[in-house]
Design a protein around this ligand. Structure first.
Ligand code: GMT
Length: 378
């Protein structure tokens, strides 16, 4: 099959999922055409089945805001026409689903039919999408997609709750490549960060408010008063400067390292003892799955799709959003040497249920169904 994939080429979860899905489909013999405004971070290798088409957004003095959606739709039309693409799969509804609808209509006017599959990832529904500025377009483009998937049951329900969507949404969870995300022997790295055998706690995110990084820092602040520990903060974003100030004000700057954006996050996770995800909302929590695959138990909030991933008392613990005291209690329990090995084992066992080879066929089956439906309707 020839598939056009549209995503945000950033370190965000939706871009990572789209890129990894494209790579896996290419390995399975499909021809994949990525259509984005920049090369996605994890697409830095050669594969004969992978192609990259950059969306060119010409600037013009008249534009205060460059019309990205039009440029994207035009590039989709070009790629489908020139490469004979069978299906477009867009990740993140805004503005990818509406741009795909426009491309589909243009192609239809030229006598070509190309189905569109939209994957909802989270903030496109729970945060940005339901804002009145976008809602009508998001509702319309979800309803007009030929296939719609959501990364958790919670996100599926949220979509029905917040939008007048009257079509099926299939839940296809995020996935993990266990050949890459696995616990590696990195003792020298652990020794360098924790020379005195401290416990290593990790948080990775795009440093946005929704991640509640203050809570992660506060959990660490209380934990390190009882157990010698270090905190690694991986990622970057708008909250970074504020969080650095908080860490300084709490007097724990020597125990906290800001690592910035990292490609090889599995190396850090390989030496971690605990992962923190206290988010305000999280439709799936891909970063937590990456941690679990590296045998790292997770202390998270109980929102969104997180309870579908992190099993309370088994792979870590779930707490109400903002309940730092509960998170501290749970973190201390997990970090206890008598408890840690069981949580590590359970985390990996749970991550295995999301192994790439189990989830990939579900996307392939979804594509087949959508293509069949479109053929039946022609
Ligand atoms: O979390 C973010 O702010 C990034 C966002 C994205 O679009 O990349 O992540 C969302 O999609 C991920 C991949 O499906 C999910 O694992 C995240 O839970 C989801 N984020 C939120 O719902 C806040």
């Amino acid at each position: 099959m020839k598939i056009g994939i549209v995503c945000y080429p950033t370190f965000g979860g939706s871009g990572v999922v789209a890129t990894e899905l494209g790579k896996a489909l290419a390995k399975n013999g499909h021809q994949i055409h990525f259509i984005t405004y920049q090369q996605p971070p994890r697409l830095d290798f050669f594969n004969e089945n992978v192609f990259y088409h950059e969306v060119n957004i010409p600037s013009y003095p008249l534009f205060q805001y460059a019309p990205y959606e039009s440029a994207l739709a035009s590039e989709m039309v070009n790629v489908v026409t020139n490469e004979n693409v069978d299906l477009l799969h867009v990740h993140y509804a805004i503005p990818h689903a509406s741009a795909a609808y426009m491309a589909k209509m243009i192609l239809r006017s030229q006598g070509r039919s190309v189905p569109v599959v939209t994957t909802l990832h989270g903030t496109d529904i729970t945060l940005v999408g339901k804002d009145a500025s976008y809602e009508p377009v998001v509702t319309f483009s979800i309803n007009e997609s030929d296939g719609v998937t959501a990364v958790s049951e919670d996100l599926r329900q949220d979509t029905y709750k917040h939008f007048k969507v009257h079509r099926d949404i299939e839940v296809i969870p995020n996935f993990i490549d266990l050949s890459r995300f696995k616990r590696q022997k990195k003792e020298h790295f652990k020794k360098a960060i924790c020379p005195n055998g401290e416990k290593l706690i990790v948080h990775t995110s795009n440093f946005r408010r929704v991640k509640r990084i203050d809570d992660a820092v506060m959990v660490f602040y209380h934990v390190q008063q009882q157990v010698p520990a270090k905190l690694l903060l991986v990622g970057d974003g708008p909250e970074r400067a504020r969080i650095e100030r908080l860490v300084r004000d709490l007097g724990i700057y020597d125990q906290v390292r800001f690592l910035g954006k990292m490609d090889a996050v599995e190396e850090v996770l390989s030496v971690a003892d605990l992962f923190l995800m206290p988010s305000e909302n999280e439709s799936f929590g891909l970063a937590a799955l990456e941690a679990m695959a590296c045998q790292v138990p997770v202390i998270s909030s109980n929102v969104g799709g997180l309870p579908e991933l992190n099993v309370n008392g088994v792979t870590g613990f779930l707490s109400n959003v903002g309940d730092v005291s509960d998170m501290v209690r749970n973190a201390l329990f997990v970090l206890d040497d008598a408890n840690l090995p069981a949580f590590q084992e359970n985390a990996l066992a749970r991550a295995t249920e999301f192994e790439l080879s189990r989830v990939l066929p579900r996307y392939e089956a979804h594509y087949e169904r959508v293509l069949q439906q479109v053929m039946d309707n022609v």
